[in-house]
Ligand binder design. Sequence first.
Ligand code: DLL
Length: 428
Amino acid sequence: MWDSLEAISQDEMAALQAERLRDCVARVAANVPMYQGRLGAAGIMAEDVRSLDDLARLPFTVKQDLRDNYPYGLFAVPMDEVVRLHASSGTTGKMTVVGYTANDISMWADLAARALSIAGVDRRDVIHVAYGYGLFTGGLGLHYGGERLGATVVPVSAGNTRRQVELAQDFGATVLCCTPSYSLLIAEQATEAGVDLSRLRVGVFGAEPWSEEMRSEIETRLGILALDIYGLSEVMGPAVSMECPYKRGLHLAEDHFIPEVVDPTTGEPLTDGDIGELTLTCVTKEALPLLRYRTGDLTRLERGQCECGRTTARMSKPLGRTDDMLIIRGVNVFPSQIEAELLRIEGLEPHYELHLTRGESQMDELAVRVEASEELIEDEDVYAIVGRTLSATLQSALGLGCRVDVVAPRELPRSEGKAVRIVDNRRI
Ligand code: DLL
C-alpha cells in the first residue's frame, strides 16, 4: 500500500479528519473573507469543531462562489505562495480558477501516486499519459503522480492519435491514462495502423461518466483492466478517488477530502448507501481549502474494508452530474444509463450522441444517434431494425420513448478529451 493511512480503522480516520477539519476551519476563518462572513453569520468558531458530526453545521460552497470570487478571491494564502494555477470551463459559464502552493502540488503528486498504486501500477511501469496537458488537471495530475511513484512517464497529452499509438507501441506502454471515450479512439487507431499494444495491461480512465458496459467494451478492445479515477479541479484534480482491481467502488482519499452525500435539492445529509450529491471538504489544501463543496456528482458512499485491504470510504462509479440529467416528458435519465442499454445490443458501437429537440407540440423529444458496428450489413432496413430494437429496450428499461437513428460506422465525431454526449437543439 502506498500510504499506511489507507488501512487505518474508521475511528482513527474520523479522529484525524476532525483534527484536520478544525485546523482548516481556523485557516479559512482567518484568511478567506467569504468564509469569515459565513462562519460568523452561523456563529461557528474553529474551537466548536470537536468531531465529524460538526461538519453538517458548516456552510456549503458551490461553483457559483468560485465564479463570484473570480479569479483569486477564495485563496487562503497570498499570491506569492501560489506556484500553479489550473482552470476549468465546465459545460457552461465562466472559468473557475484554482490555485496550488508548493505543498499542495506535492500532496497532489502523492495522492496521484497513491491512486496509481491502487490500480496496481508500480515503478516498473511505462505510463502513457494521454489526458490533456494544460489548464485541464488530467495530464499534469497523473504526470506528477507517475513520477512520484518512480514509474516511467510519457507526457504524450491528447491529440495526434495515430502518432501516439505508435509511440505507445515503441515505448512499451503498460499503463494508459486518458478519458474512457478517448481510449476507444486509441483502440480504433491502433487496429487500423496494425500497431501492437499488447503490453498495455491497465487503463486509468476518468474525467467523464462511463458505464459498466463501456468498461467491458474497453477491456475487450484493448485487452486490459480498465479502472475508474475521479476528481475535479475545484477540489484538486484527478486522484480524489480511485478504483482498485476488485472494482467495488472508488477509494476516496478521505484523509484529505472528507466526503458526504447530501440530498441534491435540500442539502440534507443522507445515510451511507443512498444516492445523492457528493460533497467534499478539502481539509489539507493550503491555497484553496473548500468547506462542503457541492460537486454536482451523484454517487453513493460505502464503508468497511475492501478485499484489497483498504478501509477508506468508497464511492460508487459516478452516475452523472445533477445538471446532466435529462428530463424527457417527465422521465429522468442520465446519458450513462442510455449508454448501458445501447451497449447491450449487438451491432451497435459505443459512439453515440443524444439530441434534444422541442417539436411543434412544444414537447421535448430525444433522438439517440448511434453508430452501427462494421459487422452489421450496411443497409437502411437493417439499421432501422436495430434502431427499433434499441428504441423498444429504452422504452421498457427506462420508460423513455425516443427516436433512434443508427448511422454508418465512423460517422460520429470522436473525442480526444471529455466526450460531448448531449446535443441540445431545443429552441425555447
Ligand atoms: O475531470 C479531473 C480529472 C482528470 C478526473 C482526469 C479524472 C481524470 P474537471 O475538468 O474539473 O476535472 O471536471 C470535473 O468531471 O465533477 C465530474 O462531473 C466529472 N468526472 C471526473 N471524473 C469522473 C469519473 C477533471 N471518473 C468533473 N466519472 C466532475 C464520472 C467524472 N465523472
